[in-house]
Design a protein around this ligand. Structure first.
Ligand code: SF4
Length: 378
């Protein structure tokens, strides 16, 4: 089995070329061919010596993802389903906007965190993706889109690690992939245009601050621990105060940046004015430690097994106003790709619930917090 060169950042590719007895600059040439030109065939790489092309043909390959399907929404959103073997599929979504093109990338097949409002969480965890499987989503989408849209210049300007999986639970494979995205010889994306979204893996937030401080988004979804324990089970291990302290520390590595807090609006669960007031108080407390943040309110995308429903838009706007009146920058996410199930929280793929997590979540719903209304959809 030869090496898939998509598994390497530039440092790794340099080490690989040195093993082949090649000079370091050859790695840079090769890296540019692969990531900037989308080349997978070494014979295309005409400025590499023939002897090197022959060595590469015998020891390496460039293997992109296997496409199962592609769906295009009426709003231009494109969702790909990729086969990553052993019955696992992952999803990647391209979201075009007037001033940017954003690619939402998966980091795991399934997810172990099991957030209640997330259909991936209901699917259970299968395995971590390799660096090559993570970066190949960008490699494939960028070069597909250039052809599809007939463009020579870059199409994808932003990457968000918000697809399937908790990226910080796949840290060792994630970081080299991020480095390829940022590398000027790779995709040359600025640090602020690459976002890692986490449910709050505190020790890994601290490591990311040192290793690769890209933009950070945190799935908060509740203003207090009892409610968050129920919605984001990882909260039992890393409660809100610890998480917000880690966010404030993260900002010492990226001082001019905001942390984005994602807040999925669930009807009658976390969307009441008192929840907004609790959030304001929470953010004021942590602002003292240097935390600066913005909120992104996300209309929930219902799926049958969740037992949850989307907040009414008037409720979302009341909630947003309370945050904004307190001086917190707040946006309401526009739902994209609804007609192809590409919207946030809908990326479950056509896979089975392997772990019985649906049954566990149904049981959890019965024990939902006293005093908090849960609308159960039958
Ligand atoms: S929201 Fe993210 S961390 Fe939570 S279950 Fe879904 S994919 Fe996993």
């Amino acid at each position: 089995m030869t090496n898939n060169l998509l598994d390497y950042d530039l440092e790794g590719l340099t080490a690989f070329c040195e093993q082949l007895g090649e000079k370091r600059f050859r790695a840079t040439q090769l890296f540019r061919w692969i990531h900037q030109k989308g080349a997978a065939d070494f014979e295309q790489m005409t400025d590499l010596a023939k002897s090197l092309r022959e060595k590469l043909a015998g020891s390496a390959h460039v293997q992109g993802p296997t496409v199962v399907s592609r769906h295009e929404s009426t709003d231009g959103t494109i969702k790909w389903l990729f086969d990553v073997g052993a019955g696992d599929v992952i999803e990647t979504v391209f979201i075009p906007e007037a001033d940017r093109g954003t690619l939402c990338i998966s980091s795991q097949a399934g997810c172990a965190v099991g957030c209640r409002f997330c259909s991936t969480g209901h699917q259970g965890f299968s395995r971590n993706l390799t660096t090559g499987e993570i970066i190949s989503q960008l490699w494939f989408a960028e070069h597909f889109l250039r052809q599809h849209l007939g463009r020579d210049e870059r199409v994808i300007s932003n990457v968000v690690m918000m697809g399937m999986g908790e990226p910080l639970q796949n840290y060792s494979q994630l970081v080299p992939a991020l480095k390829v995205m940022l590398d000027d010889h790779g995709y040359g994306l600025s640090r602020r245009r690459v976002t890692v979204s986490t449910s709050g893996v505190v020790p890994m937030i601290d490591r990311l601050a040192k290793d690769c401080p890209v933009a950070l988004a945190v799935s908060l979804h509740a203003p207090q621990d009892t409610l968050r324990d129920n919605l984001v089970p990882l909260n039992k291990k890393y409660p809100i105060a610890e998480l917000l302290q880690a966010c404030a520390r993260y900002q010492t590595a990226a001082p001019r940046d905001f942390i984005t807090f994602e807040y999925c609006m669930l009807d009658g669960v976390n969307d009441q004015p008192e929840h907004a007031a609790q959030l304001v108080a929470l953010m004021k407390t942590h602002a003292i430690n240097g935390l600066s943040c913005k909120f992104n309110l996300i209309p929930f995308n219902p799926f049958p097994a969740s037992g949850l429903t989307r907040s009414d838009m008037s409720q979302v706007m009341v909630f947003a106003k309370i945050l904004m009146d307190a001086g917190i920058v707040t946006t309401v996410r526009k739902t994209r790709g609804d007609d192809i199930d590409a919207a946030c929280g809908q990326l479950a793929g056509d896979v089975q619930d392997r772990t019985g997590v649906d049954q566990r979540m149904a049981a959890q719903r019965q024990g939902m917090l006293g005093g908090i209304k849960v609308v159960v959809k039958v």
